[in-house]
Design a protein around this ligand. Sequence first.
Ligand SMILES: Cc1cc2nc3c(=O)[nH]c(=O)nc-3n(C[C@H](O)[C@H](O)[C@H](O)COP(=O)(O)OP(=O)(O)OC[C@H]3O[C@@H](n4cnc5c(N)ncnc54)[C@H](O)[C@@H]3O)c2cc1C
Length: 296
Amino acid sequence: MSEPAPAATPKRERRRVREMGVVVARVRRETADTTSLYLVGDEPFEYEAGHFCTIDPHQFPVLKHFIAHLEDVKGSREKPRAYSLGSAPHEDHLLITIKEEVYASGETPYPPLLSPLLTHHTPVGARLVISGFTGAYVIPPDAAGRVDRVVHVCAGSGIVPNLGLIKSSLHRGDPFRHILLFSNKTRQDVIYYEEFEELRRRHPDQVEVIHCLTREEPSGIPGARRGRITKELLQEMIPDPSRTLAFTCGPGITPHERKAARDQGEEPTPRFVENMVVLLHEVGLDRKQVKEESWG
Ligand SMILES: Cc1cc2nc3c(=O)[nH]c(=O)nc-3n(C[C@H](O)[C@H](O)[C@H](O)COP(=O)(O)OP(=O)(O)OC[C@H]3O[C@@H](n4cnc5c(N)ncnc54)[C@H](O)[C@@H]3O)c2cc1C
């Protein structure tokens, strides 16, 4: 009798990044310089909360001459831009939220290419090609057994993937308390304010939101603080570092800044995410307990 064939080793599911056509189903202005686009497609979107997609600027005929000029001046092809997903996999749309970058004369070498178009000139019904989905800014599958608190340390548009992470975790019924520390200059700059108020109302035992405003007194915002996110605030919110996972997202050192510093033989100046990672380590979290994502 011949030996039975060994059982096939289950292959780890590998999600391929692929292009897909989507349509803008809803546009919502978040702040003066930030817009959310709700995207729908013909097929279900397969992603994990916290993933990002990319959008290639070459698909927009209106940018054709601008791209050609930038590629001549920079001597390289303009790359697709990444946008985090603010939606969660159980929702029937994709949510991306774009903050318009600015051109500051004498400070930024080139004007921004794609974000002004997506922020101000992408109406309901517009068709886009996106690629996705990927990223490491996700809650690990084994977190439920070892963690009881997830702390989200965000600034500005860095809130986007964290909204997806929190909605998805609540939907799954994870046994975590989510604490969001959200830094902005003023109340007018806060993205998703109402979403988080709603999450806090619906899940009072699981969602805590602390707005930190750096340029004005936070009047009328429950539990808000004046000033930056400090080590003391992190210590207060992380009573047991061994049972905590942290996600930090916001401005970070850009590849351009890293290269410029290297060319000068200097260290690049740390920005929000690098500063928060240091503070999270100082309050007792190790490298494996801190996930970070940043953009300029
Ligand atoms: C993982 C990830 C997720 C992201 N998620 C979001 C999100 O949810 N929302 C969001 O708004 N953004 C997000 N971003 C940022 C986004 O990908 C774009 O970088 C942003 O929208 C700006 O694109 P742009 O084409 O308008 O500007 P760009 O043309 O890329 O220019 C941006 C700035 O960089 C400068 N610059 C460009 N090229 C050079 C160069 N060669 N040397 C020096 N400086 C240069 C420009 O002068 C300008 O100030 C994310 C980025 C990453 C990596």
